[in-house]
Design a protein around this ligand. Structure first.
Ligand SMILES: [Zn+2]
Length: 463
């Protein structure tokens, strides 16, 4: 058996994709998109050659950096099955449709420039039709149930605690009268985060691919972050301030919603208007509501006799652009969740233009802000920024809440690995920048005397 790394290696954190090849079959584990700038995106080619026979695709979870190249498979004629947990398939539909729409819009904008420059026009990476085609090939698999994905390869999905439906996958490969187990951690979530169940590690592997996004450090504790969030909210409400939360549609928006509902229920603050100002976040929230079987005990108990929406009567989803603009006229304390999460586009921009210059405004940064994004400029203390070509003074208070990450920090990654380590697997660290995976490799060496491989894209591992 060979496993080829087609992404999320060599210090990259995006583009997750592995080709697993036996004498009987070829499968992909994940088929993710490279993200973050032109250079990364230029790598978004199909993961396999056009004449390559592919028997199945297995998904760990729905994030674009794990699913975003699936429409390219449809485009090159792949008609086989794509397996994932039921919630992963729901979320994949949401994420790929949104991505295809953005691909087409970006392409149109780019082509207008090319046209003016007299250059040849380009095709979008993929279209909504390509996305719809591959979505018809999705098939659900339950957690914890071994099943034969292709002849000679059985697979089991275990909860990864990272996003709704997320999983680690164990392959049980029969070849040459031998059985080998290969585990893909997928992205692992922090153990203390609410809503979702925590990860369930596997106990056995001959080879394990472990993510290392935060392999070198721990986040601020979740409890401390919640306490800080509550302090900011109470203070802003007392001063009639507007709170703007640039938010990723899936995960963080639902977390903030839960925290506010709990504050209202506990009487920590009087209910005030909340706007879920993102069509995608509204849809993601509906998908969460469809899957209460995936909630952890605390969340299940919280909603058992008393649904959260009873606490959140002041929350208003605002799907249309007109409803979004009308939020500008709301007086007094309110909180707006809008995308994009890094303020590099989306409705959050018009809210920032209207409110960033006011000292009474609070901006709550709850997610990662990449170098060069408007969100990063605000975090770094810019006094003035440009939004829609207009100079806006940054007089609002900017709060950075570091503990709401959807990724496990080093301690939790080691907790997951400690369970599988006694089976003495070969270890390959992926999905991490070089300093992070080197730090995790050091920990694993010290604690378990196992040497980790830090692969490059294109590396082939034989087992
Ligand atoms: Zn992820």
């Amino acid at each position: 058996m060979t496993i080829t790394l087609v992404g999320a290696a060599g210090g990259e954190v995006t583009g997750s994709c592995y080709i697993v090849e036996t004498k009987q079959a070829r499968i992909l584990v994940d088929c993710g998109q490279f993200q973050g700038g032109k250079k990364a995106e230029a790598q978004n080619r199909p993961p396999t050659a056009p004449n390559f026979v592919l028997d199945a695709v297995l998904l760990t979870h729905a994030h674009l950096d794990h699913t975003g190249r699936l429409p390219l498979l449809a485009r090159m004629g792949y008609t086989g099955t794509v397996y994932g947990t039921p919630a992963t398939l729901d979320m994949t539909g949401l994420i790929l449709r949104d991505s295809a729409r953005l691909q087409v819009a970006d392409n149109e904008r780019n082509n207008r420039k090319l046209l003016r420059a007299g250059e040849p026009l380009e095709e979008p990476l993929y279209t909504p039709e390509d996305a719809e085609k591959i979505l018809l090939q999705l098939r659900p698999v339950p957690y914890q149930q071994e099943f034969e994905a292709v002849p000679g390869i059985k697979a089991i999905w275990h909860d990864a605690g990272h996003m709704l439906g997320s999983a680690s996958i164990q392959l049980i490969v029969e070849e040459d009268e031998q059985t080998k187990r290969v585990v893909f951690s997928g992205d692992l979530g922090p153990r203390s985060a609410p809503i979702l169940r925590e990860f369930e590690p596997f106990q056995q592997a001959d080879l394990v691919f472990l993510e290392s996004t935060y392999g070198g450090r721990d986040h601020r504790s979740f409890e401390d972050t919640v306490a800080e969030f509550e302090r900011i909210v109470i203070d802003a409400v007392n001063r009639d301030g507007k709170m703007l939360v640039p938010t990723f549609a899936v995960g963080r928006a639902q977390l903030i919603t839960l925290l506010l509902g709990k504050m209202f229920r506990a009487g920590k603050v009087k209910p005030f208007p909340i706007f879920l100002d993102s069509p995608m976040a509204i849809e993601a929230t509906n998908i969460y509501a469809k899957h209460p079987e995936l909630f952890d005990e605390e969340m299940t108990a919280l909603i058992r006799d008393h649904p959260l929406r009873d606490d959140l009567k002041t929350m208003k989803p605002t799907p249309t652009a007109d409803e979004s603009r009308a939020i500008n006229d709301v007086r007094g304390a309110c909180l707006v969740m809008a995308g994009a999460g890094m303020c590099n586009g989306g409705r959050i921009l018009h809210h920032l233009r209207a409110n960033l210059w006011k000292p009474s405004t609070h901006v709550l940064i709850v997610g990662y802000q990449a170098q060069g994004s408007l969100g990063r400029l605000l975090v770094d203390g810019a006094k003035e920024v440009t939004i829609f070509g207009e100079k806006i003074a940054a007089k609002a208070t900017i709060h950075t809440l570091g503990g709401f990450s959807a990724h496990a920090g080093q301690t939790d990654l080691m907790h997951w690995f400690d369970v599988i380590a006694p089976s003495k697997p070969r270890v390959v660290l992926t999905h991490g920048e070089d300093d992070q995976r080197a730090a995790l490799a050091k920990q694993i060496q010290q604690r378990h005397q196992l040497t980790c491989k830090l692969p490059k894209i294109g590396d082939v591992i034989e087992l």
